[in-house]
Design a protein. Structure first.
Length: 96
């Protein structure tokens, strides 16, 4: 796939203990992405997503979207997206 893209998205706000990881996983699976969502010790959620560039961009849009049209739980205050090299060893999308 020539347009394969992988990003790590750090989401800050009220995003732990509210179902944000579950929501991110559901949206990622709908978009055909692989990766994970996990809570970080500093209160952020890390979302690693890989798939078509269009699908990854759409997930980023949904994470940032205000107001949410997909029932995103919590409150997103800031989002930082770091690009990464696509990996062959990713499958499925899990909550960690």
């Amino acid at each position: 796939m020539s347009d394969l893209r992988r990003v790590t998205v750090f989401v800050r706000g009220r995003v732990q203990g509210v179902g944000f990881r579950w929501w991110a996983r559901a949206r990622a699976l709908e978009l055909g992405l692989v990766g994970h969502a996990r809570n970080m010790a500093d209160g952020r959620v890390e979302v690693v997503a890989q798939g078509s560039a269009a699908a990854v961009s759409r997930l980023e849009e949904l994470i940032r979207e205000e107001p949410t049209t997909t029932g995103r739980p919590g409150l997103v205050e800031s989002v930082v997206v770091l690009p990464g090299a696509p990996r062959d060893d990713l499958s499925g999308f899990v909550e960690r």
